[in-house]
Design a binder for this molecule. Structure first.
Ligand SMILES: *Cc1c(COP(=O)(O)O)cnc(C)c1O
Length: 677
C-alpha cells in the first residue's frame, strides 16, 4: 500500500482516532506524519499511545488551538505554499499515514486552502466524519465539495457510535464508495487503544482492502505491453527503443509517473499547459461548465461561452483602424475592380464592436488551414482569384495538415508528401528576399505567413520585433495579406498576450491554439480583421465560408478559455519575465561552452543550440533527452536544439533543476560526441 491522506469533514471529526486505530492494528507497517499542527499535539498523542510507531516531526507546530494560518500570524511566521510543503514529505521505507488539519477548505496560507495541499500530494484519500447527529449531510457535503475539485476519496469512515442508517444513506448516494464505522477506544490508554483496534480488526482489514483497490489497478508493464500492441503515437517510430513514460497524474509543473517518480514537465506538454497542470481556477471553470454543457454544434447554434470568449479575444487585438498612416496599407476590399453583387459598403460594418471576427476550430493546424482558405477566398471575393501563391519562411512550422504542410515544408517531416502539396514559396527570413520576391510575384500572392518572434518547431529560432515589423511592412507595401501564426507565441508565452504586439503590427489574420484554453482542452481560433470580414458581407450564399469541424467552439473548451483569458487580462502573469531573467543568468553563459553554437532566450523560452548538426534527426537529441530525464526533467529536444518552456507556476527550485539538467545534458553530449569537444 502507498502513502495516504486522512481528511476530516471538519475539526474533531475523528482523524486522530482513526489514525490511532489504524496504526494500532497495522503496527509499524506504517509511519505517521502530520505536517501542520496546532493546539494539543496529535503527534504527541500517537507517540504516547503507540510507542512503536515511527512518528515524523511536523513542519510547523503551534501551541494555540486556532487555525494554523492564524497561529502562524500570531508568531509572525508564514506557512509555505502547498507545493513547497508537499515536497517536504519525509523519506520513509514504510508508507505514510498523513493526517491533515481542520477540513479540506480550511485556510492553508494567505493564498491557498488546504485542498491545494491535498491536490499537491496527489495521494489516495480517506474521508473521516463524525457519526454524531448530522453525519449524512456533513459527509455528503464534503464529498460533493471534494469531487468538485476532482478528489474522490477511496473510503469514508464514520467515527463514533455506529449509525447504520447513516452508513446506508451515504452508500445509496455513492454506491461505489466503501463506508465503514469505527468506535473510539473506551479508554485513552495503550491498552484501551489496543483493545479497540483488536475488536474492530475485521473492519480495519476490509477498509485497507477498499483503500488498496485502485492503487494496483494499473500495472505498469501490462499497460506498456497493451500500449505497444494497440497505440500509434505521434512523431514516434514504431521501432522506438525507449518505451513511453506512463503518466498517471499531473499537478503544477509535474507529471506523476506510474513508477512513483514525479518529473518536471519542462515543455508544458507540447507547449499547451500555460499556468500549470490542473490550475485550480481553470479546473473550477470546467466543473461549472459541465453542469451546463457537453458539446453542441456551432452552425446555426451559439452559446454564451463561445460568444464571451470571442468578445474577450477581440478586445485584446487592434486592427488597422486608429494607426496613423495605416489607411494606405489597408487592402481595399470594397473598392475592388469587380465587387461581388450584394457586397455591402464597409461603412456599414456587420459587426460594430471591433469589426473583427473569431472563427473557431479545435487545433493549431486547422486554425492555419482556416487562415489560408480565408486569405484565398478573400481575394476571390475581390475579383483576384489568380492570387494562388503563399509565402512561408525557412524553418517555419504551421502544423501537419495539408495546407499547413505546404507553407511549412519541412523536408524531414513533410518531404514525403511534397508531390501532394500546393505550391508555396519558402523564403529565408530576410526583408530583402521578401521584397525582391513580392516585386516579382506580389500580384499572384494571397498572403505571407509567419510565426512572430519565435519560429518554434523549426528550432526555437528568434527574430527581433524590428525584423518582424520590416517584414510586415513589406508585405503591406505589396498589398499582400499577413497571417500571424501565433499558435505557440500567442496567449502569453513571450511576456505579452500576443507576440506581434511587441512589433506594433496589425496582422490581417491571427491563428491561435495550444494555450488558448490554458492547455486544458483543445481549442483554436482564427481572428480575422474587419476588412477581411467585410469581404464576406454579402447576400450571395455562394460566398459563405464553407468550413467547420465537428467540435468547433466546444462549449467546455470555450468556458476554460474564458477563465484563462480573464486571468491573463486581469493581471498579466510576471512568470515569463521572471523566467527570462533567470534563463539569461543561468544558461546564457553556456553560449561560450565548447560544443554550443548559440543560446536564445525570450520570455519563458530558453533554447540551447548545439554545434552538431543533423536537423531534427540529430543523434544528440535523444542523448540530451535521456540525460535530462535522469535528472527528473522532461524535455524533448528539436534535433540539436535543447529547449525549455515550462508552465508559469514552475517554482524557483524546479527552474534551478531544469537549468542544471540542461547544463548536464550539454556536458553529456560533449562526452558522447567527442568531435564536439
Ligand atoms: C503547434 C503549432 C501548430 C499546429 O498546432 P496543432 O494543434 O499541433 O495542430 C501550428 N503553428 C504553430 C506555430 C505551432 O507551434
Amino acid at each position: 500500500m502507498n502513502d495516504f491522506l486522512v481528511l476530516g469533514t471538519d475539526t474533531d471529526a475523528g482523524k486522530t482516532t482513526f489514525a490511532l486505530l489504524w496504526l494500532a492494528h497495522f503496527g509499524d507497517e506504517f509511519a505517521y506524519w502530520k505536517p501542520l499542527e496546532t493546539g494539543d499535539s496529535d503527534s504527541a498523542t500517537i507517540r504516547r499511545l503507540l510507542p512503536d510507531v515511527r512518528v515524523h516531526p511536523s513542519i510547523l507546530r503551534f501551541v494555540e488551538s486556532v487555525a494554523p494560518l492564524l497561529a502562524a500570524r500570531l508568531h509572525r511566521q508564514s506557512i509555505p505554499s502547498a507545493s513547497k510543503l508537499s515536497h517536504r514529505k519525509p523519506e520513509d521505507s514504510r508508507p505514510l499515514l498523513i493526517e491533515s488539519f481542520g477540513g479540506p477548505f480550511s485556510p492553508l496560507n494567505d493564498e491557498e486552502l488546504q485542498i491545494a495541499l491535498i491536490d499537491a500530494f496527489a495521494l489516495p484519500v480517506v474521508l473521516v466524519s463524525s457519526s454524531a447527529l448530522g453525519a449524512i449531510g456533513r459527509t455528503l457535503q464534503c464529498l460533493v465539495a471534494l469531487e468538485s475539485r476532482g478528489i474522490v476519496p477511496r473510503a469514508v469512515v464514520l467515527v463514533g457510535k455506529r449509525d447504520e442508517f447513516a452508513e446506508d444513506q451515504i452508500r445509496r448516494q455513492r454506491p461505489s464508495l466503501p463506508v465503514f464505522s469505527l468506535k473510539p477506544p473506551g479508554a485513552w490508554t495503550r491498552e484501551g487503544v489496543a483493545m479497540a483496534a483488536a475488536d474492530q480488526a475485521e473492519a480495519l482489514r476490509s477498509l485497507r482492502v477498499g483503500m488498496e483497490r485502485e492503487t494496483h489497478a494499473v500495472g505498469d508493464d501490462d499497460l506498456l505491453a497493451r500500449d505497444r500492441d494497440c497505440v500509434w503515437h505521434p512523431y514516434t517510430s514504431l521501432r522506438e527503443s525507449e518505451p513511453p513514460l506512463v503518466c498517471v497524474g499531473a499537478q503544477d509543473e509535474f507529471l506523476h509517473l506510474a513508477d512513483g517518480r514525479g518529473v518536471i514537465d519542462g515543455i508544458s506538454s507540447w507547449w499547451t499547459i500555460l499556468h500549470g497542470h490542473r490550475y485550480p481556477p481553470l479546473m473550477q471553470a470546467l466543473v461549472e461548465a459541465v453542469k451546463k454543457y457537453d458539446h453542441v454544434h456551432f452552425a446555426g447554434v451559439t452559446h454564451p461561452a463561445a460568444v464571451e470568449f470571442a468578445d474577450l479575444l477581440l478586445s485584446t487585438v487592434s486592427w488597422f483602424e486608429g494607426v496613423a498612416g495605416a489607411e494606405s496599407l489597408k487592402p481595399r476590399p470594397v473598392s475592388s475592380p469587380t465587387p461581388l453583387p450584394g457586397l455591402r459598403k464597409a461603412s456599414a460594418p456587420a459587426t460594430p464592436a471591433n469589426g473583427g471576427r473569431v472563427f473557431y476550430s479545435d487545433n493549431g493546424s486547422t486554425a492555419v488551414e482556416v487562415a489560408l482558405k480565408m486569405a484565398y477566398q478573400f481575394w476571390c471575393h475581390l475579383g483576384e482569384p489568380a492570387r494562388m501563391r503563399f509565402v512561408g519562411f525557412e524553418h517555419g512550422y504551421h502544423g501537419d495538415t495539408f495546407g499547413a504542410m505546404a507553407v511549412g515544408r519541412d523536408p524531414v517531416f513533410f518531404g514525403r508528401f511534397e508531390p501532394l502539396l500546393f505550391p508555396a514559396d519558402i523564403l529565408p527570413l530576410s526583408p530583402e528576399r521578401l521584397d525582391e520576391h513580392l516585386q516579382k510575384l506580389g500580384k499572384q500572392t494571397a498572403a505571407v505567413i509567419l510565426e512572430p518572434l519565435v519560429q518554434g518547431a523549426g528550432g526555437m529560432r528568434m527574430h527581433t520585433p524590428d525584423a518582424l515589423r520590416t517584414l510586415f511592412n513589406i508585405a503591406k507595401r505589396h498589398g499582400v495579406l499577413f497571417i500571424a501564426d501565433e499558435v505557440m507565441t500567442g496567449g502569453g508565452r513571450l511576456g505579452t498576450l500576443w507576440a506581434h504586439q511587441q512589433a506594433g503590427i496589425h496582422p490581417d489574420l491571427i491563428c491561435a491554439g495550444k494555450t488558448l484554453a490554458g492547455g486544458v482542452l483543445p481549442l483554436a481560433a482564427t481572428l480575422a480583421a474587419p476588412h477581411i470580414v467585410a469581404a464576406w458581407d454579402t447576400d450571395d450564399r455562394r460566398c459563405t465560408f464553407f468550413h467547420g469541424h465537428s467540435f468547433t467552439a466546444n462549449p467546455l473548451a470555450c468556458a476554460g478559455a474564458v477563465a484563462n483569458w480573464r486571468l491573463l487580462t486581469a493581471q498579466f502573469p510576471e512568470a515569463p519575465r521572471r523566467m527570462e531573467a533567470f534563463w539569461k543568468e543561468s544558461l546564457a553563459p553556456l553560449a561560450h561552452a565548447s560544443g554550443v553554437k548559440e543560446v536564445r532566450v525570450l520570455g519563458s523560452i530558453v533554447a540551447v543550440e548545439m554545434m552538431k548538426d543533423g536537423g531534427y534527426l540529430a543523434e544528440v537529441g535523444p542523448c540530451m533527452r535521456r540525460s535530462c530525464l535522469e535528472k527528473g526533467v522532461l524535455l524533448r529536444p528539436l534535433g540539436n536544439v535543447l529547449y525549455a518552456m515550462p508552465p508559469f507556476c514552475t517554482s524557483q527550485d524546479s527552474l534551478d533543476q531544469i537549468a542544471d539538467a540542461m547544463i548536464a545534458a550539454v556536458r553529456q553530449v560533449r562526452l558522447e560526441f567527442s568531435q564536439l569537444a
